[in-house]
Design a protein around this ligand. Structure first.
Ligand code: 6PG
Length: 256
């Protein structure tokens, strides 16, 4: 069973900074000559803190944007102009202002039609860009995730059949809230990543953080517990409020 590494920061801004540092660390650990880093962002509020921290580090010249292949671990099936688009939000906040080559920015093809078609097309992109033929599963360098109040990660929601899927890379899923139609990395892709970095901030996340980390495994009820079967490192970056209900046995490996 995968043992998560938990770190706690005083506030969400520092959580974002810690998460951004993981990208720099992955870049240092991966040989630079020609080697690409495959990085997936998520949606939600913590993604904004991560992007803000990446912008700071980028201004300092520390982020090797030219080496990144960027994906989204989930997306809402809405046009990129919509305020609900994860990809659109990241473009507007930061990515549009960076000198990223379009061929390294892998946007979910929301214009491709029905959600199943969008998922199949994004799966083909993942296979092509990572050079992974079926049935192998690509190993992302980093997958960033948020945590929903119902313990969902990416767009894998409690009770969903998607949680049992073993063979696809990208799935059509439905959220219990608008926008309902989603695509999401499958459990197999999340579990194969070299690093999963999960960010959760704020008092309203305290109960779900405790439940996921401290209750017996039941991923169909608590999807974030899928990560107990992850192959790579699983890093939980929390602010003090989100970590406030954790018991001492879940003591963080680091604080700062
Ligand atoms: C999405 C997500 C989702 C998100 C969580 C947490 O597109 O909705 O990717 O998994 O990360 O719902 O979101 P917050 O950080 O906003 O609570």
């Amino acid at each position: 069973m995968n043992v998560p590494e938990i770190a706690i920061a005083p506030d969400a801004r520092l959580v974002g900074s810690k998460a951004a540092n993981e990208l720099l660390r992955a870049a240092r650990e991966t040989p630079s000559r020609g080697d690409r880093l495959h990085v997936a962002f998520s949606g939600g509020s913590t993604a904004r803190y991560l992007l803000a921290a990446l912008e700071d580090k980028s201004n300092a010249g520390n982020v090797p944007w030219e080496r990144l292949d960027i994906y989204w671990s989930d997306e809402r099936c809405v046009p990129v102009e919509s305020a609900d688009s994860n990809h659109g939000a990241a473009l507007r906040q930061l990515l549009d202002r960076l000198p990223l080559a379009p061929e390294h920015l892998h946007k979910p093809p929301v214009e491709a039609g029905a959600p199943k078609t969008i998922a199949a097309s994004y799966e083909a992109t993942l296979r092509l860009v990572t050079g992974t033929s079926a049935p192998a599963i690509p190993r992302f360098d980093i997958v960033y995730l948020g945590l929903g109040l119902d313990a969902h990660i990416a767009s894998l929601f409690p009770g969903s059949k998607a949680l049992e899927n073993k063979d696809r890379l990208v799935l059509h899923t439905r959220a219990p809230v608008q926008p309902i139609e989603r695509i999401s990395f499958s459990p197999a892709v999340l579990l194969a990543a070299n690093r999963v970095v999960l960010l959760a901030c704020g008092q309203e996340k305290a109960a779900v953080v405790k439940e996921v980390l401290e209750s017996p495994p039941d991923p169909s009820r608590l999807p974030a517990q899928l990560l107990l079967s992850a192959r790579g490192r699983v890093l939980w970056f929390l602010d003090t409020a989100a970590a406030s209900l954790l018991s001492p046995r879940s003591a963080p490996l680091s604080t700062w």
